[in-house]
Design a protein around this ligand. Structure first.
Ligand SMILES: Nc1ncnc2c1ncn2[C@@H]1O[C@H](COP(=O)(O)OP(=O)(O)OP(=O)(O)O)[C@@H](O)[C@H]1O
Length: 151
């Protein structure tokens, strides 16, 4: 018995399939540049509205600047940059989850809304603690050496 093969989409049916997949979307970015514009708008929104995001941006920038100033190995600077990037990424995801939850339940209390928000905030906290541990492990020894050599 020959296997059932779905007909391959023709050039005409492809746009229909794509729009069908995103039929709930109010708008779809028409090109890569517009996608970047919306992504940047999300980062700006998080920076303007989320105090924790601003704090994390400042601390991460400081950690990366310090790692360059202290002439850490390239791999060590990369590790600090990766862990910092993870914190900022999870802050953005946390902001997105908060918005979706607020959109869904509005101003009413819901136990599942609480779980979603608490878990998203927990993810940020775990990543921030790991980033802090990594930065302290890599930055404190050369920083202490620099301070002691100048005493
Ligand atoms: N609709 C809701 N139903 C139940 N609990 C909620 C709801 N909205 C918020 N909470 C509780 O209040 C907490 C704070 O919610 P909020 O939306 O202010 O997040 P946030 O303080 O901005 O979080 P973060 O500091 O991570 O940005 C949540 O972690 C959750 O425990």
């Amino acid at each position: 018995m020959s296997p059932k093969v779905s007909p391959s989409p023709t050039n005409n049916s492809l746009p229909m399939l794509v729009s069908k997949d995103r039929e709930l979307s109010w708008q779809i970015a028409s090109n890569l540049l517009i996608s970047f514009k919306y992504a940047w708008a999300g980062i700006v929104y998080a920076f303007q509205t989320q105090r924790n995001f601003r704090i994390h941006v400042a601390v991460c920038a400081l950690a990366i600047a310090l790692s360059i100033f202290l002439r850490l190995e390239t791999v060590e600077i990369s590790i600090i940059a990766i862990t910092s990037g993870l914190v900022l990424t999870l802050e953005l995801v946390n902001t997105a989850i908060e918005s979706i939850v607020d959109l869904t339940v509005k101003q009413s209390y819901h136990e599942l809304a609480k779980i979603a928000k608490d878990c998203a905030a927990g993810a940020v906290m775990v990543s921030a603690l790991v980033a802090l541990l990594v930065a302290a492990t890599l930055l404190l020894p050369p920083l202490a050496g620099l301070i002691l050599s100048n005493l």
